[in-house]
Ligand binder design. Structure first.
Ligand code: 26W
Length: 832
């Protein structure tokens, strides 16, 4: 293909003038008639949405071509972000804001009596991820595009993303989420970009013409990966970053043998089996007990992505694979794509005939790996037998990588058999491949996602590797994009900030510092608090509609939203709510500060304890919300189906952000950053990025409680006994007894016995009891401060002003400098 820039033949700069309302109207009508095929006179809001999406997509595509021409022209180093998950959120408003044409579009639509917000609501929120890791990937694509880093995302186009959640009888019920049912106007299918992905078969070894040993992987069963592209363009003068998602297709449409025998169903069966590969996202964020389909998904997307990366590389660098580490870098978003390491070795060895040493040098220098979790059960391992059957050649390569690696280790640590065992890529006892060890050995850099997490990674998870590879482990603290989490999700606050300090913060979040001087300005504070109040009203309306709970007007909105997991301690929060309930009932005339306590989040479908916690929250809500003594001072709401769109309403409308994981368990957290950016104060432990948030905002502007990570470890080493706390604290005891004995579920008194037994007899793995008292006291401090609205406003404003560090733009700059060694492109010319 010729990538010379031939602007005179194919000029890319004839754009729509969005400032001309008549032109915009004409473009809308034309798109609706010619592309969507609908008469504007009778178009539904959904058809308007599709029309706008197609119109915008044309502009994104143009931006994409500019970017591609520029990248090829300058032969820039590219970043490939490999992630099994993306949570990009709805697209339409994002692109209007990025192009700064939202008011113009609103005005044009008004001429047709259409409301832009209603139109935006038509869009399905693509839920191709579980939680933090997937949303981080989306924030990173936005930052790469905005900051001009030549990036590409690769992932899977799941037909069914994260399940949608309803609450029935207080319990989570999962429903299939067919987000593609009505089509996806943002994607472009690339029928011509397809690759075979191979599974199974066997490996034969032979000597080639030159007498060198070669391997051939034969008799495989193949699946086709087909590319779907979604364009991510950044804010203002950003570049385009392509998110390429792979969909699985069968290699043959029908098995003609069956067909000729008249067995139609069997003839298509094989086809549907191979298409199940990209059918569904695994809704688990920790343990995956060796599901074969998941391993196949991982390899499917890795193999297709690497073939695509190689194809693009070879277009511009034919025959010079040694240049690979100079021209590309591949970032592994956790170990889920770690098979890319043996896959690249396989390509270099078997297809491109490089020597082992050359291939290994290239591979190691091309990959970098981000770890996102310290929980041992979330560290991926795969049964050797399964890998052997599905990927026999990769298994050979992994064995050889391991053999050579352990040889080196033996030289460095002679006679230390235990160390060797721990560092091995193979767990001999359990007969499993350790993906994290593979990722560490095969990458040039390994990073954690917050200071504490990166330190604990080195000290607790990979201590031997840290000694063995002195400069491999680094930290890149997570960040969030202020474009979505302030500009888009909180327009009134964004506008107030722009009025006060200008709009430079949109692409340089450190500029928010200029707000510090306004923290005590009476008129600024007043408007700031009015905006919070409006956001709470909007939040309350959503909550009322979605779960029938009436938030208490003027109360403190206390918000705990994230995946439901024992380590995140939603249970600690609800125990605290029960204690508060008891205090109110014991003393109805007490003037405890009114609170609306909001929870949202999904549990993995098979996670027994997490599902019990959801049910307990709902059962507590049922009693508390209807008790005449408490209903005006305490409300509990569990908002169903937490996703990006819901977060966009819940976060701006929160006063208090609950970040209360057991210290040493939450890698970073990113919700914590979004809340503070929207002027909520944090109540949290010294865990993950909370520590750095405290450093930035100042300890007087955050509510920290509980044991530190070091104290947690020390307490465990001493022998932690939850009964000590139960026996010593009557209020805690009362709460636990009530929950255990069925106070909140008279019809089934034993319902929550397992939860309480898990704390008392079960050893309380996440130390809720140890932190309970300190949490209660800190919540009292929250109440006290909230009564002083002026002081609260000051602290909230200072939180916003000091969030500069937590922009994903800063994270991306750090990756670019310390890990990727890539430079920013100057944005190509384009309209607007
Ligand atoms: C094997 C299945 C599986 C799937 C996802 C295991 C583990 C995961 C992720 C590691 C879960 C995740 O989303 N981790 C979160 O990543 C965020 C972004 O770095 C962090 O802010 C969170 O603290 C971390 O829990």
């Amino acid at each position: 293909m010729n990538h010379e820039i031939r602007e005179e033949l194919f000029p890319l700069s004839k754009c729509l003038d969005f400032d001309n309302v008549e032109d915009v109207k004409t473009a809308l009508v034309n798109t609706m008639i010619r592309v969507v095929g609908v008469d504007p006179q009778i178009a539904s809001p959904r058809e308007w949405y599709v029309t706008l999406a197609y119109l915008m997509r044309g502009h994104l595509s143009e931006r994409g071509m500019h970017t591609a021409r520029d990248q090829y022209g300058k032969d820039l180093k590219r970043v490939y972000y490999l992630s099994m998950e993306y949570l990009p959120g709805r697209r339409l408003m994002k692109h209007l804001l990025d192009m700064r044409i939202e008011p113009q579009m609103r005005a044009a639509l008004a001429c047709f009596k259409q409301d832009l917000d209603e139109i935006c609501e038509q869009e399905k929120d693509p839920a191709l991820g579980n939680g933090g890791l997937g949303r981080l990937a989306a924030c990173f694509l936005d930052s790469m595009a905005t900051q001009g880093y030549p990036g590409y995302g690769y992932g899977i186009r799941y037909e069914f993303g994260m399940f949608s959640q309803t609450i029935e009888n207080g319990q989570q019920v999962e429903h299939a989420e067919n987000w593609l049912q009505e089509g996806n106007p943002w994607e472009v299918v690339r029928h011509e970009i397809t690759y075979p992905v191979r599974f199974g078969g066997r490996v034969v070894h032979f000597n080639d013409e030159l007498g060198t040993e070669s391997a051939r992987w034969i008799e495989t069963t193949d699946v086709i990966a087909e590319a779907y592209d979604i364009m991510e363009t950044g804010y203002g003068d950003g570049i385009a970053v392509t998110l390429r998602l792979w969909s699985a297709r069968s290699t043959q449409d029908f098995d003609l043998r069956y067909f000729n025998e008249g067995n139609y169903i069997d003839a298509v069966k094989e086809k549907t089996v191979s298409e199940t590969l990209s059918k569904v996202l695994y809704p688990m964020d920790t343990t995956l007990m060796g599901q074969e389909l998941r391993l196949k998904q991982e390899y499917f997307f890795v193999s297709a992505s690497l073939q695509d990366i190689f194809r693009r590389f070879r277009k511009t660098h034919p025959g010079s694979l040694r240049l690979l580490p100079e021209k590309i870098v591949i970032q592994l978003n956790d170990t889920h794509p770690a098979l890319a390491i043996p896959e690249m070795m396989r390509l270099l060895l078997d297809e491109h005939k490089l020597s082992w040493d050359e291939a290994w040098c290239i591979t190691r220098n091309t990959f970098a790996y981000t770890n996102h979790t310290l929980l041992p059960e979330a560290l991926e391992t795969w049964p050797i037998s399964m890998m052997q059957a599905l990927l026999p050649r990769h298994m050979e390569i992994i064995y050889k990588i391991n053999h050579l690696f352990l040889q080196e280790v033996r030289r460095t640590f002679p006679g230390d058999g235990d160390k060797l065992k721990r560092m091995s890529l193979i767990d001999d006892e359990r007969q499993r491949v350790r993906m994290a060890n593979l990722a560490v050995v095969g990458s040039s850099r390994v990073n954690g996602v917050a200071e504490l997490h990166s330190r604990l990674l080195r000290e607790r998870v990979f201590p031997e590797f840290d000694v063995f590879y002195p400069n491999k482990f680094v930290n890149v603290t997570n960040g969030v994009t202020q474009r979505r989490w302030l500009l888009q999700s909180n327009p009134p606050l964004a506008e107030l900030i722009c009025e006060a300090i200008g709009d430079a913060w949109i692409t340089d979040l450190n500029r928010l510092r200029d707000l510090e001087s306004m923290a005590e300005d009476a008129s600024f504070s007043k408007r700031f608090m009015e905006i919070k109040d409006q956001a709470k009203k909007r939040n309350a309306a959503m909550i009322a509609q979605r779960c029938g709970v009436a938030a208490i007007p003027g109360s403190l909105f206390d918000t705990h939203i994230k995946r439901i997991h024992e380590y995140k301690r939603q249970l600690l929060n609800i125990l605290q709510v029960v204690a508060r309930y008891n205090r109110l009932r014991a003393n109805p005339s007490s003037d405890l500060l009114p609170r609306t306590v909001i929870f949202a989040g999904k549990s993995a479908p098979g996670y027994f304890m997490a599902k019990k916690i959801i049910r307990l929250i709902n059962d507590v809500a049922e009693i508390v919300n209807h008790d005449p003594i408490t209903r005006d001072s305490l409300k509990v709401a569990f908002v169903p189906n937490y996703n990006i769109s819901t977060a966009e309403i819940l976060i701006p409308g929160a006063d208090l952000s609950e970040q209360i994981s057991t210290a040493g368990t939450e890698a970073s957290g990113t919700g914590n950053m979004k809340f503070a950016l929207n002027g909520a104060l944090t109540i949290g432990t010294l865990d993950g990025a909370n520590i750095e948030i405290r450093e930035e905002v100042g300890e007087e502007n955050i509510f920290i409680f509980g044991l530190t990570a070091a104290e947690v470890a020390a307490r465990k080493a001493q022998g932690y006994n939850p009964w000590d706390y139960y026996n010593a604290d009557p209020e805690l005891r009362q709460v636990l007894d009530m929950v255990r004995d069925g106070f909140f579920c008279c019809e089934e008194p034993d319902r929550y016995r397992p939860l309480v037994e898990n704390l008392l007899q079960g050893g309380d793995a996440f130390m809720l009891l140890a932190d309970f008292r300190s949490y209660m006291e800190t919540q009292e401090n929250v109440d006290t401060l909230y009564r002083d609205q002026k002081l609260w406003a000051k602290k909230a404003i200072l939180n916003v002003a000091r969030m500069g560090k937590f922009s994903s733009d800063r994270s991306i700059h750090t990756y670019a400098q310390d890990i990727w060694d890539v430079t920013q492109m100057t944005p190509p010319p384009h309209c607007k």
